[in-house]
Design a binder for this molecule. Structure first.
Ligand SMILES: CC(C)(COP(=O)(O)OP(=O)(O)OC[C@H]1O[C@@H](n2cnc3c(N)ncnc32)[C@H](O)[C@@H]1OP(=O)(O)O)[C@@H](O)C(=O)NCCC(=O)NCCS
Length: 187
């Protein structure tokens, strides 16, 4: 992307069906990348309070017959690898959602680029690919959430034409988890 020698790999089913040779690599590498620190620190921070997905969960949930999520990895050639020797330098994690009001949607759960590769168009390329896959699947919206302290990311999203639905439409993100979730399920 942007002439930086970066390529995007996917774990999506469509790619598998097309027999894309890069897919198997990505299936495996998304897991090992999380083991080697590519996992978004923002996600880790958010998970400190509650259940944290482990590598086993990620493997099962992302690479089983009916995956709960899909992933795209941004990879640079060997000559641009990080000081620690990583060539997988960013990723996007997404899944499909549905609204009775607006129909098909794609939800981007994570977007992450290693600090030393930021500002080179990698984040934009990853998000663009998610948008492209969403449109190809008949989605009308790309949804995601940003923590209120994450101003650089908010500015990045706003610069890409996204808007804040909390400000403009009054939406709040709500969650039920832990004991409250178990209690709710037993009513
Ligand atoms: C947010 C993030 C993914 C952006 O990735 P990136 O590779 O640095 O961004 P890019 O280089 O692709 O930026 C592309 C465009 O966004 C703009 N942009 C990037 N950061 C910006 C900022 N802080 N403010 C305003 N514009 C910004 C660039 O100017 C560029 O504009 P263009 O459309 O004219 O080309 C990256 O900073 C990141 O991984 N942050 C940490 C993880 C995180 O917080 N993720 C989001 C969780 S919700």
């Amino acid at each position: 992307c942007n002439g930086d020698g970066c390529q995007l790999l996917l774990n999506s089913k469509e790619e598998e069906e097309e027999g894309n040779a890069a897919v198997q690599l990505c299936d495996h590498e998304l897991i090992t990348s999380t083991q080697h620190g590519l996992l978004n620190p923002c996600s880790q921070r958010g998970r400190l309070q509650g259940h944290r997905a482990h590598d086993h969960d990620l493997e099962q949930d992302g690479f089983s017959k009916n995956p709960f999520f899909h992933g795209i990895i941004a990879e640079v050639p060997e000559q641009h690898k990080t000081k620690e020797g990583h060539t997988k330098i960013g990723y996007a994690l997404y899944f499909y959602a549905y609204s009775s009001w607006s129909g098909r949607a794609i939800y981007m759960e994570d977007l992450y680029v290693m600090p030393e590769f930021r500002g080179k168009g990698v984040g934009k390329a990853l998000m663009s690919k998610v948008a492209q896959l969403g449109l190809a699947a008949g989605c009308h919206q790309l949804n995601f959430a940003v923590l209120d302290w994450n101003k650089p990311s908010m500015d990045f999203y706003l610069s890409q034409g996204c808007f804040d639905i909390t400000d403009t439409m009054g939406y709040h993100c709500l969650r039920c988890e832990g004991e409250a979730l178990k209690h709710l399920a037993q009513l």
